[in-house]
Design a binder for this molecule. Structure first.
Ligand SMILES: Cc1cc2nc3c(=O)[nH]c(=O)nc-3n(C[C@H](O)[C@H](O)[C@H](O)COP(=O)(O)O)c2cc1C
Length: 204
């Protein structure tokens, strides 16, 4: 079974989470896991000024995905940072090029799942993931979140992302906070959980 992790990351937090999702998915027998990123839209000089250009060098080796690559997957796990409580424009732009796939029912019955990051604790993690789910439902995908059997999402002992909708991390307003062990463990769980369900669906 093929699992594609499709993400956008400006400063690297979602990339770090994507790696953890991939680690979890690879634990499931038969999983062929691939990390892919959607194309950047922000002009180079703007990225340079914000420091994002340097940050993005770390994961520049990850290939870019094209819409035509999606039907090859049995499951697609999407990762996006929050922009005003929604997915980022780079991800939206990529999804908006998949009208042809939608018209051909090319993604119907595939497993879809979403993880995210925000700067602040209540900055829109849940709205970003659940509004993303709307597009996955239009595709006809089978949505998988983060079940309550992943009890790390109930922690009150520390600040942590993670909800029934999916794994998440909080970066801090200056981006200086990196995914905690609790958040990375939830990301691994989500990857493993998606792969386990996909295996049951595709039978290999
Ligand atoms: C235009 C813009 C809008 C943003 N909107 C929000 C927001 O609504 N809530 C929030 O907590 N963080 C917001 N952020 C912060 C990003 O979500 C944060 O930089 C991102 O999660 C970091 O992930 P990355 O390192 O993978 O890019 C926003 C950032 C930008 C540039």
């Amino acid at each position: 079974m093929k699992i594609k992790i499709v993400f956008y990351s400006m400063y690297g937090h979602i990339y770090r989470m994507a790696e953890a999702v991939a680690e979890g998915a690879r634990e499931v027998e038969g999983a062929e896991v691939e990390l892919l990123q959607v194309p950047e839209l922000v002009p180079d000089d703007v990225l340079e000024k914000s420091g994002a250009k340097k940050a993005r060098e770390v994961f520049a080796y990850i290939p870019e995905i094209k819409p035509a690559d999606l039907p090859d997957a049995d499951a697609i796990i999407f990762g996006t940072p929050t922009r005003f409580g929604n997915m980022c424009a780079q991800m939206r732009n990529f999804l908006d090029q998949t009208g042809g796939l939608w018209a051909q029912n090319a993604l119907v019955g595939k497993v879809g799942s979403v993880f995210t990051s925000t700067a602040t604790q209540h900055g829109g993690q849940e709205t970003t993931i659940t509004s993303f789910h709307t597009t996955l439902l239009h595709y006809g995908m089978v949505i998988v979140g983060l079940p309550s059997s992943e009890t790390r999402q109930m922690t009150l002992g520390e600040i942590s992302g993670g909800s029934p909708y999916g794994a998440s991390t909080i970066t801090g307003s200056d981006g200086s906070r990196w995914p905690s062990e609790n958040e990375l463990a939830m990301a691994r769980f989500q990857g493993r959980h998606v792969a386990t369900i996909t295996r049951k669906l595709v039978g290999k």
